[in-house]
Every structure is written in structure tokens, then in C-alpha cells.
Write a protein that binds this ligand. Sequence first.
Ligand code: ATR
Length: 288
Amino acid sequence: MQINGRTKIVGVIGDPVEHSCSPPMHNAVFDELRVNYVYVPFHVKAEDLQAAIEGFKALNVAGINITIPHKQRVIPMLDQVSKEAEMIGAVNTLVFESDRIIGHNTDARGFIEAMYEVLDEKISGPAVVLGAGGAARAVVVGLVNAGFSPVTIANRTTSKAIALAEQIEKKSHATLFGIGLDDEKLPDAIADAKLLVNATSAGMDLSLPLIIDSDWLHQDLVVYDIIYTPPKTKLLMAAQNSGLQTISGLGMLVHQGAIAFELWTGISPPIETMRNALIKALEKPVVD
Ligand code: ATR
């Protein structure tokens, strides 16, 4: 990588940010394509967010990814927010135009593009999403925008599932239901579903029991876990043992990054370069 007077800067802000695998993922493509950009991490605390955004603008930074805890609180600081980001209520990518800052959310489309990369043919129809947190919001918006309906959201805290279903139903043409993970309607919803998505953080801990009963899995179901560490969660293992098609969360991480890359550079990046860099970064945690 050759940094010179024309190098454009993109990056990610978060607190913490050290764990981010986005710098190696994007820089691998800048290197390969010899595009004169560099992607850097910025550790920004919540109370410094406004100053950081103004600073990026003053420094002519080209684009920024936003991660926890800034994805929602950055919205009032922007000139425009994309329809998807508005629906999700969170922004993960900023594009700095000459006089405007535009907020996007690439998670919903990244989730769908990663799914269609794996499946031979497009599916639609009923879907079940486990979880109702930040990640689930993007998944649900991706699903309704891709034509899935009805979407049943099942969450440990039932009230959050109901609230999310109501919010997204108002903003879409889809039918949504919010229920508890312990609701007796959940096995029926899964029985009818073409797609089951885990969007809870529960699968990250392999010592926790499976979040649903593996007997509810059926041959018509695709099982998608948006977790990428570990690459194979208990849910994906159970689904594979039953012979079902499964999708892990790594592809979503790659594709949300690829969409951001294209928003900044206008170039559609090589997905395999991003994926390989990401896998390498996940294998080798950062040391100072
Ligand atoms: P993220 O940004 O990853 O979505 P989040 O907004 O904190 O993180 O949401 C975490 C999700 O995982 C929530 O749906 C949470 O359920 P609650 O809303 O009831 O807290 C879910 N979750 C986390 N640990 C869980 C567990 N052990 N069993 C079931 N659901 C769990």
C-alpha cells in the first residue's frame, strides 16, 4: 500500500473498535485493485461523536462505517438518511459528499445478498426470526424488502418482538407477528416457514443450550445464523445433522462491507478477496 498526496481515507468508528475486522477486509481490496484509498479504525467515545463527524467532514474523509454504540445516535447529525436506514432506525455507513453527509444501512441488503449467494434459487414466503435486538431489526427489514411474508419475530423478551413487528409492519407491505421464544405458536410458525434466522447473540456461546427444539426443523427449511464466531453454531450443526441447507453469518459481514465499499468508491469489489481477508483476520486476533 502506497500512501501519497491523493490517498482517500475511509474507516470505522466505534467504542470499542479494536476488534473490527473491517480494516483488513477493505484494505485487501484497495491493495488488490490498486485503488488509492486506505481504511483505518477510529476509537470514538459517545461524547465525542459530533466532534468526530465534523472532523471527518473538515478532513475530507470519503466514508465511514459506524459500529456500536453510535449507529442510532449519529442519525440527527446527518443531512440525509436512506430509506432502509430509516426503516431499520440505525446507520452503519456514512458517505461524505461535497456538502452533505448521507447515512446508509448496508446490513439488510448484506444479509439478503449473502443468502442468495449460497442458495441455488430465490426463496420467499413465511420466515421466522429469532431475536429482536439491533441485528434482528436489519434482518427483518431485509426480509420484508425481499418479499418474505409473514415474518414471525420470536424473542426472549416478548414485548420487544411485538414492538419490532408493529414498527416494521407500519413501514412495509408485509405481515409481521411478534411472539415470545416460549410461545406455543413458535413451532407452528417454524413448520410453515421457508427460512429460519437466528439473530440473537445466544449462539456465540456454544455452552448454552440450543435456542429452539431441534425437532421443529423440517426438510423445507433453510437455516441462517447471522453469527460468524463460531462459524458453526449449535443451531447450524443441528440443521446440518438433519440434512438442511444452512448459511453462516460470515457472508453477511462480507456483503455489508462490499455494499459500503461500492457506495464509497463506485467499484463493485471482489467478494472472495474480502472473504479471504476476513477469514484470515478472524483466525489471527490483533496484537499491538
Ligand atoms: P445485537 O446488536 O447483536 O442484536 P442486542 O441488540 O443486544 O444485540 O440484541 C441481542 C438479542 O439476543 C436480543 O434479541 C436478546 O433477547 P432479549 O431482547 O430478550 O434480551 C437475544 N439474546 C441474547 N442472549 C440470549 C439468550 N441466552 N437466549 C435468548 N435470547 C438471547
